[in-house]
Ligand binder design. Structure first.
Ligand code: URA
Length: 200
């Protein structure tokens, strides 16, 4: 539909029942950012905070992501930020809700939304944050360590870059290893920032 907007798409996604994840989740967490964004970031799925607030990357992973974006010189409000899967998948454990990785069926069902977001925005670069986003965007499970930080076509007409998921940085126990992992993440984002500058 030529007149479709991101707002239309988000409104439609609020009623999504394409996979069973909508049932226990609080709400659909759709992408956010301007339609004219030159860069799109794709995460895995909303976490506990995102599910409650209805916005992507607003919890602990979002905070480290924001910091890395700022260091790489990418203003968050000029990027479009979304997830491969738009509902929080979790296992209840007492009062807590423990994140559960989405499976291939859920990723494929939700690709319907991701494809439509990308078709409307037509970004110059798309960044896959972690394995689920890689699977969604490329259709295959690429090894992140071997592919990260360089620009290539994630799919036909979809230039982009692969890097780690920011939540992986939160899980590194050793402070020095954590510092290095964070620096490597910022370096990957800086490659994307540089590519956008170079291509206008
Ligand atoms: N992790 C994600 O992949 N996406 C979010 O929105 C938050 C945490």
């Amino acid at each position: 539909m030529a007149t479709e907007t991101l707002q239309d798409l988000a409104a439609e996604a609020r009623g999504c029942t394409r996979c069973p994840l909508y049932k226990p989740a609080t709400q659909t967490v759709f992408g956010e950012g301007p339609r004219g964004a030159a860069i799109v970031f794709v995460g895995e799925q909303p976490g506990d905070q995102e599910d409650r607030q209805g916005r992507p990357f607003v919890g602990p992973a979002g905070r480290i992501f924001d910091q890395a974006l700022a260091e790489a010189g990418i203003p968050r409000d000029r990027a479009y930020i979304t997830n491969a899967v738009k509902h929080f998948k979790f296992t209840p454990r007492g009062k807590r809700r423990l994140h559960k990785r989405p499976n291939a069926f859920e990723i494929d069902r939700c690709k319907w939304w991701l494809d439509r977001e990308l078709a409307l925005i037509r970004p110059r670069l798309t960044v896959a944050l972690g394995a689920t986003a890689v699977r969604a965007l490329t259709g295959r499970p690429l090894a992140i360590g071997e592919t990260r930080g360089r620009i290539f076509d994630l799919a036909p007409d979809l230039p982009g870059l692969v890097t780690v998921h920011p939540s992986s940085l939160l899980r590194v126990p050793d402070p020095e290893a954590k510092r290095l992992a964070y620096a490597a993440f910022v370096k990957d984002l800086a490659v994307a920032a540089d590519a956008l500058t170079l291509t206008g």
